[in-house]
Write a new protein. Structure first.
Lengths: 271, 317
């Protein structure tokens, strides 16, 4: 386990040393600053009066949840797009000639090396996403005087969605040593495939009969459901609505299988 | 017990989808004894790096077996006793020399306290103490090699694998690296040296193996391989050929040597002394008489006196 944490720690340091992490941090800071600016225009006394008139403290929490529903889409888009960009080359860099030989000559198993790299990527993203979401939460909650903790579930759902995309990036990185291909695939899954499959009922109407339905259903259940994890699952967690665990659990299962496949390929690979 | 035992080890690289097939190593067997400096020689692409990669688990053999310190292939724990300097190694450029050593030291199993104590010593050994806090990306090629040697020795391994350790290093740096290798040898470390710089190898190794096109074509003690085998060189103030009797010339195979002097053969010390007596009797004034040693390069060229191999190995990966 020590080796995994050593590799993860130095992966974070490597990411910190790169400009993309700085860009990620700057964009996150701009998001926080923009939120602070917008929130500063809210007249909290008037808002409080309105909420009091409407009824109970639950009304205030509902307002915070509504604000997060509104902010969630740009937050998630920025966080996931930058996260993919930030970690896409971590595995190909490790597999570069001259680097991988140093790694593998140490008493470190291949599984430890790749797991450390994967966890390092997650930690990089967790740090930035937590920074972004937490400070926005603090600004909004401070202004409204309501500390709606479930809003912070957004950090976890972003991390889960990203973990599944990171598993794809790692798998493709091990297979091809290409960061571009991994990045393109992750973007395709996040921006096109997952949203399209979440509306697969509409796609049934395109024709193709049962065959198309089976194909779309299979893809839906096999591939990560980033769209739903970041959509309905997050909404339910933040807003307290009915929660369907299926998208989160199948996404987690996909992450485990994809990363397992990456471990197996990495274990068998000659360098 | 031998530190390294290689038995009929083979490696074939097969490109995907039925692509090109390269036999990088063909049934190689050898053994390395503890405390020896063992040189693996061969042209570029002969299979030297492939053999080291197999021994360290960086690539996996197609056939055959090997053991390191008695442990079979794939035993990761044994690597804590191994130091490796890969060819064209790359350190994380964002780290300083010290940080890079701390990182690789931890991966080698050093505790933070051990690393703290060992890093200054390792940097001192390779004369990089003053550059330890500089970023690796500011290092020259020679400094990178020395830092590579520092990371390889940091955890006090029992065996060192060095792949072209003097590559890109200036003559002074080469001398320093040679001295370090001899120092390691004096400490009883086993060194497995991979190089095509034969002069360098000859100066530090006890035993060598020559690989050609993936096959082991020679293995032996450096002294035996470069032995004079009764050949001597004579430098004299007079024309030995003219002054000596023809039967003596024929018996000792006396002939002119380039650029000056003569060569002759004497099968034993007695024969050598008899020849000296004959020279003196013929009033030939001897200036110098010395055994002719083959260089490792001579041995290598003799063994590899064939067209360049067509099958690439390491470079093809």
């Amino acid at each position: 386990m020590r080796n995994v944490w050593t590799v993860a720690e130095y992966t974070v340091r490597e990411a910190l040393a790169r400009k993309i992490f700085v860009a990620f941090f700057i964009v996150s800071s701009l998001g926080v600053a923009l939120t602070a600016l917008i929130v500063s225009f809210i007249d909290s006394a008037q808002l409080s009066a309105g909420v009091e008139a409407a009824g109970t403290a639950l009304g205030r929490e509902a307002i915070v949840a509504q604000i997060f529903f509104f902010l969630k889409t740009p937050l998630v888009a920025v966080a996931i797009l930058l996260s993919i960009f930030a970690v896409a080359n971590l595995v190909p860099l490790m597999m570069e000639r001259g680097t991988i030989e140093l790694f593998l000559s140490k008493p470190v198993t291949r599984a430890e090396a790749l797991t450390g790299r994967f966890i390092g990527g997650l930690l990089v993203v967790l740090a930035n996403v937590f920074y972004l979401v937490f400070f926005i939460w603090v600004i909004i909650s401070g202004k409204l005087g309501v500390w709606h903790l479930p809003a912070l579930y957004l950090v976890l759902t972003i991390l889960l969605a990203f973990a599944s995309l990171n598993a794809i990036i790692v798998l493709i990185g091990v297979w091809t040593r290409s960061s571009i291909l991994g990045m393109m695939t992750a973007y395709f899954v996040f921006l096109a495939l997952s949203p399209a499959l979440s509306y697969r009922e509409y796609l049934y109407e395109l024709g193709g009969g049962d065959a198309l339905k089976i194909i779309l259903d299979s893809l839906y259940y096999v591939l990560p459901k980033t769209s739903e994890v970041l959509g309905s699952t997050t909404d339910a967690l933040i807003g307290g609505g009915a929660l369907d665990w299926q998208p989160a659990l199948t996404t987690l299962a996909f992450t485990a299988v994809a990363f397992g496949a990456a471990l197996y390929s990495f274990w068998k690979k000659d360098f | 017990m031998s530190v390294i035992v290689v038995d009929a080890l083979s490696k074939t690289y097969q490109a995907p989808l039925g692509g090109k097939r390269v036999e990088a190593l063909k049934s190689v067997s050898l053994a390395v004894e503890p405390g020896a400096v063992f040189g693996l020689l061969g042209r570029n692409g002969a299979g030297k790096t492939t053999l080291v990669k197999l021994l360290l688990g960086i690539a996996q053999p197609t056939a055959g077996s090997f053991s390191l310190f008695g442990a079979p292939a794939g035993d990761v724990r044994v690597k804590s006793r191994v130091g490796f300097l890969p060819e064209n190694h790359r350190f994380p450029p964002f780290l300083s020399g010290e940080d890079a050593l701390r990182y690789l030291g931890r991966l080698s199993g050093l505790s933070d306290n051990e690393a703290k104590r060992r890093i200054p010593e390792a940097l001192e050994l390779v004369r990089l103490s003053e550059r330890g806090k500089f970023k690796v990306k500011s290092y020259s090629k020679g400094m990178m090699q020395r830092l590579g040697l520092a990371q390889a020795t940091l955890h006090d391994p029992d065996i060192l694998f060095l792949d072209e350790p003097t590559d890109g290093v200036d003559p002074v740096g080469r001398k320093e690296i040679r001295d370090i290798l001899l120092d390691l040898k004096a400490q009883g470390k086993t060194v497995f040296l991979n190089s095509h710089l034969l002069g360098e190898v000859e100066m530090v190794t006890d035993r060598v193996a020559i690989l050609e096109n993936g096959e082991l074509v020679e293995e032996g003690d450096v002294k035996e391989l470069t032995d004079s085998r009764g050949a001597y060189r004579l430098d004299a103030a007079d024309d030995a050929l003219a002054k000596l009797d023809a039967t003596v010339v024929a018996r000792f195979q006396l002939e002119r040597a380039e650029p000056k002097g003569w060569r002759f053969h004497a099968d034993s010390i007695d024969a050598l002394n008899e020849f000296v007596d004959l020279l003196r009797a013929a009033r030939v004034r001897v200036v110098e008489l010395s055994p002719v040693r083959s260089t490792l390069e001579d041995v290598f060229i003799t063994k590899i006196a064939a067209p360049a191999p067509t099958a690439p190995t390491e470079d093809a990966q």
